[in-house]
Design a protein around this ligand. Structure first.
Ligand code: SF4
Length: 427
């Protein structure tokens, strides 16, 4: 029988994690010294948690009450000493009257518009024991396959709990977010990265990503700095977005046809040998398959792409030449590259990766760079993984039909309904 205590034990390593985060917080506070403030006021250095850019924050407290959130001076790689509107409004998360601060239990099973759920406050002990008992009952009656968990794969401690329970089916929002990006990047260039050296880019080509309006200051600051440094920004987007207005050239491309333009640009780069030949020769298998690759891209002419995308062939050809000759060029790719969630997303992200490789800017100045590891011990190194029970249940999440997703570990909503109906007919 699972209990609150055993659940906490399964999640082991929490102490190690907290310890390292406390040390980090102390080091952080020492580096970013608080400014002089009037008596009763206190400045605390922390990080914004409203989105996962985690910009540095300076929180101003008065007699223990949070009064103001501002950017952290010296946060060169995050918000640059500023916060976006969402981050600056984060104070509302703390004092919102509807903020969930403790476990609540629904007491009215009746559901409907205007029906009071009858929420009642319960203790953490009761909450954890209730959840553990439900898990335990489901596993003993129907097996671990009866548990469907909707969660992200992080943190590692959470996955430990799921593995210890023998959970087979897990779905999460990555499916509609950046799963395509992550898998394609992994198989083309290495681990997924959203790190872009915009400051040194000279040509930035955007397929849909509205960097300036979609928050995440680090990217918005990057592209603004790039343009100040003389970079050219080209934007393909059916919408006249904030980034489209900011760009040097904007093309209101036909929705879903970004792939055609990307393929045509590859065609021109290969046909006119405008790619970074040294980089491609050193780091890819292009020399081995050169004739087959050239033959593959030969049909994707700018004229063909114009028919698909309504972007003039002459513009595609000129942009490809500029991409190949203006200096470090980059096609940023991100979950917010809206085109990368279209039905041809896999092929588009693949084409974008090829463009970056042909530019020779993968992990090079002005391009996408791979994350460098810092020396913080992983939880596994501090607290070795326990032995997990074998996973024996049936999959209903559909990952078994998609080997790359299965290997990646991401969740899948899109195949879940079919999976349940096929494996449990009549349900
Ligand atoms: S971009 Fe905005 S919301 Fe995201 S971490 Fe920075 S300040 Fe917070």
């Amino acid at each position: 029988m699972l209990t609150r205590r055993s659940m906490l034990r399964l999640a082991g390593g929490a102490g190690a994690s907290l310890l390292s985060s406390t040390r980090l917080a102390k080091a952080f506070q020492e580096v970013f010294q608080a400014a002089e403030l009037p008596a009763g006021m206190q400045a605390v250095a922390t990080a914004c948690g409203v989105c996962d850019s985690n910009c540095g924050v300076q929180a101003i407290l008065q007699d223990g009450v949070l009064r103001f959130l501002g950017g952290l001076p010296g946060d060169a790689d995050g918000g640059g000493g500023g916060l976006c509107a969402k981050g600056g409004s984060g104070i509302g998360l703390v004092y919102d009257p509807d903020r969930l601060k403790y476990p609540m239990k629904r007491t009215n099973p009746e559901k409907g518009i205007g029906v009071d759920p009858g929420w009642e406050r319960i203790t953490w002990t009761e909450a954890l024991d209730t959840i553990a008992a439900r898990f335990s009952n489901a596993i003993s009656q129907y097996g671990a396959e009866s548990l469907l968990v909707i969660s992200r794969p992080a943190p590692d401690l959470w996955m430990r709990l799921l593995n210890a329970l023998g959970v087979v089916n897990r779905v999460d929002h990555l499916d509609e977010c950046f799963l395509t990006n992550r898998i394609l990047q992994r198989y083309c260039t290495g681990p997924m990265t959203w790190a872009h050296d915009f400051a040194n880019s000279k040509f930035i080509l955007l397929f849909g990503w509205d960097l300036l309006a979609k928050a995440k200051l680090v990217f918005a600051r990057g592209i603004v700095q790039a343009k100040a440094n003389g970079a050219k920004v080209v934007c393909f987007n059916p919408q006249y977005s904030a980034t489209a207005r900011f760009a040097d050239e904007w093309y209101p491309i036909r929705p879903g046809s970004d792939l055609a333009v990307a393929l045509a640009m590859i065609h021109v780069l290969l046909e006119e040998n405008l790619y970074n030949q040294q980089f491609v020769a050193n780091y890819t298998n292009f020399p081995e398959y050169e004739s087959a690759i050239r033959a593959h891209f030969a049909p994707y002419t700018p004229e063909w792409a114009e028919l698909q995308s309504e972007v003039p062939a002459a513009a595609i050809r000129r942009l490809a030449r500029e991409f190949g000759t203006m200096g470090p060029a980059i096609v940023p790719v991100h979950k917010k590259t809206l085109a990368a969630n279209y039905t041809n997303a896999t092929q588009l992200v693949h084409a974008i990766m090829i463009l970056n490789i042909l530019a020779g800017t993968v992990d090079r100045p002005g391009g996408r760079y791979e994350a460098r590891k810092i020396d913080i011990p992983a939880v596994d190194a501090v607290y070795p993984r326990p032995a997990y029970p074998p996973k024996t249940g049936r999959r209903v999440d559909g990952k078994d039909r998609l080997p790359l997703v299965l290997e990646d570990g991401g969740g899948l909503f899109s195949t879940l309904a079919d999976g349940i109906l096929n494996k449990y007919p009549g349900m």
